[in-house]
Design a protein around this ligand. Structure first.
Ligand code: AMP
Length: 279
């Protein structure tokens, strides 16, 4: 695996690969890698791409400074996992390489996508996501971009970013959420859970699974409230449990729409998100 810290050197390397007709697959991450990240990487490799992973903890997408400070960094273990999986190339930039002197801050017109759900609870978060993804795409210029459904709203934001920036030729592949055996969605933040909270955390997925199971047994708001009650009983501080149209993230009105239930809830300062498509 070749490691690049400088954008210009990486771009040169990738343009040489692309000149040889290789397709570049790109998996952006913030490190503290787990099997969810690796599943995206393996998918890119299995589709025959020259595969690039990036590790960059993007300061501009953290609305909570403490969350940024406490974000886990496990670089040595990450490198091992990337090499074991057969990753071709790692981009490991400093903040000054991404937001360099030439960098000009932009505002991305994301519409309601950035004001609902995560957008409501994490103001500025999706602008920060767009800033870093736009910049990474400018450097890597991938043919295919791999992202995880675990961050469902982020997938829709990135889809919109590709449209807004005219990158319609970039293929967007959304990988399914990898879970621990007890149902907890894999996440870098899980390593910050105490032993007790780790044992309680799978009830987030269980609450969403229960919404899916009882979809025909009650109104959307009753199902949402029941899930909130379950989570509160387990000690979660709940931001939202919401059944939405899976294409638009507008509140769902009928069972005929494509539906998804999304949730965000906190256990002792560790904020977890998850979602489950319903039909
Ligand atoms: P992060 O490092 O959290 O920014 O995540 C990097 C990429 O991995 C994003 O596209 C995430 O959606 C994806 N990802 C995170 N957790 C999982 C998971 N449990 N299963 C699949 N993909 C995931």
């Amino acid at each position: 695996m070749i490691i690049f810290k400088k954008a210009a050197a990486l771009r040169l390397h990738l343009s040489q690969a692309q000149r040889k007709e290789k397709r570049v697959g790109f998996v952006p991450t913030m490190g503290a890698l787990h099997q969810g990240h690796i599943s995206l990487l393996r998918r890119s490799l299995s589709e025959g791409n020259y595969t690039v992973c990036s590790i960059f903890v993007n300061p501009t997408q953290f609305n909570n400074p403490l969350d940024f400070q406490l974000y886990p960094v496990t670089l040595e273990k990450d490198l091992e996992q990337l090499m074991d999986a057969g990753c071709h190339c790692l981009f490991l930039p400093d903040v000054s390489e991404i937001y360099n002197e030439a960098y000009q801050k932009k505002t991305y017109p994301l519409g309601m996508l950035e004001t609902v759900l995560e957008g409501e609870y994490r103001p500025g978060h999706f602008q920060g996501v767009c800033e870093v993804v736009d910049r990474l795409l400018e450097i890597v210029q991938p043919n295919v971009l791999y992202v995880g459904q675990k961050d469902y709203q982020q997938c829709l934001v990135i889809q919109k970013l590709l449209q807004l920036t005219g990158r319609t030729e970039v293929g967007l592949q959304i990988g399914t959420t990898l879970r621990e055996n007890d149902g907890l969605a894999m996440s870098s933040r899980n390593m910050r859970l105490t032993e007790h909270d780790r044992s309680v955390a799978p009830s987030l997925h269980a609450a969403l699974a229960s919404v899916k199971q009882h979809l025909n047994g009650g109104s959307f708001s009753d199902l949402e409230q029941e899930a909130v009650n379950q989570l509160k009983a387990h000690g979660f501080l709940v931001d939202y449990v919401s059944i939405r149209n899976a294409d638009t993230l507008q509140p769902a009105k009928s069972k005929e729409e494509p539906l998804i239930v999304l949730a965000a809830a906190t256990l002792n300062d560790v904020r977890l998100i998850d979602n489950l498509p319903l039909n």
